[in-house]
Design a protein around this ligand. Sequence first.
Ligand SMILES: Nc1nc2c(ncn2[C@@H]2O[C@H](COP(=O)(O)OP(=O)(O)OP(=O)(O)O)[C@@H](O)[C@H]2O)c(=O)[nH]1
Ligand SMILES: [K+]
Ligand SMILES: [Mg+2]
Length: 399
Amino acid sequence: MGIIERIKEIEAEMARTQKNKATEYHLGQLKAKIAKLRTQLLEPPKGSSGAGEGFEVTKYGHGRVALIGFPSVGKSTLLTMLTGTHSEAASYEFTTLTCIPGIIHYNDTKIQLLDLPGIIEGASEGKGRGRQVIAVSKSSDIVLMVLDASKSEGHRQILTKELEAVGLRLNKKPPQIYFKKKKTGGISFNSTMQLTHVDEKLCYQILHEYKIHNAEILFREDATVDDLIDVIEGNRKYMKCIYVYNKIDVVGIDDVDKLARQPNSIVISCNLKLNLDRLLAKMWDAMGLVRVYTKPQGQQPDFSDPVVLSADRGGCSVEDFCNHIHRSLVKDVKYVLVWGSSARHYPQHCGLSHVLQDEDVVQIVKKKERDSEGRGRFKSHTTGPARIADREKKAPLKN
Ligand SMILES: Nc1nc2c(ncn2[C@@H]2O[C@H](COP(=O)(O)OP(=O)(O)OP(=O)(O)O)[C@@H](O)[C@H]2O)c(=O)[nH]1
Ligand SMILES: [K+]
Ligand SMILES: [Mg+2]
């Protein structure tokens, strides 16, 4: 029996089983069995490498956004509108068959937007180009789930289920469960609060299913069995997702209003160019990018060319900022001066661990900063990694 059939069989057994206190342990065990099988399913087939032909797109810009949705919801139309890169759009399903990248220029940053083939129920098991599409979405920073506002609300649930089946968790935080495998000592089970979904016995049973007999486990929230399995599997990806309801030009105002009020959702029309600017703003916020402007001593900052940091990708500390400019810069930094929302007063003297926020301005003060006339080393350079790197190559000013 193949993996997919085994999953189907267990799912059928779960559906047959009544949910009550007596069956709780058995159901928990079945959930763990499914999770293990799904992980097996995710392993790439032997001999294959990467995402697959037509899907290996090089990362570009400060972040990557994937367009995921059923066929013909308007993904390609949206890519063309937002990036100017043409992606074939037509009224028949599966017009797009590969991954088409475009670039959005927004807030002095560049965002790579990826158009993808439509996916359907069963994508997580490899139907259509499901596997490739999912691999690409996992490589992106956020997902725009494009939905047809005139079609069934069920599409959103189906897609969410497909993405969950491959370990993507949309708009969720990692469970607050500490878990560490040990070599000896048995299982130590603790919680900081009363648990209503999981007890010690159920937890043991799940761990047993994974053949884990020595581990430390601490619940810091009232988590579910699914949360526990996610933590044990350890391969989940937590991503932000914006639900983009397109084609509101063909839907009544009451329905549009209802869709627009759902969390993490936005209603648009590509045909009428409605709300696209709001979509961009929402997308940009969700990415959590942090623009930092470098201020050479005695000069105005260059507000056209920020260093772009991200908490999810590499971090936002002063050290991360310095590493972004030049890898050898950190060891020369004495302190930095910071203006902006992360500073308590202007300018604030900060060390390497200070966490920067969007639109902060930073001036780097190096060890042996001043020359005999009190001129700063940074006097003549403007911002930007290349320019600072160039400057480093020239003879430093004498002290
Ligand atoms: N009424 C209406 N139609 C739209 C809108 N946006 C796109 N369409 C139409 O929807 C159809 C499908 O658009 P595509 O952009 O090809 O959709 P897709 O999601 O890329 O489709 P696949 O690549 O096949 O998955 C086309 O006929 C578009 O003209 C819109 O805002 N309103
Ligand atoms: K289409
Ligand atoms: Mg398309």
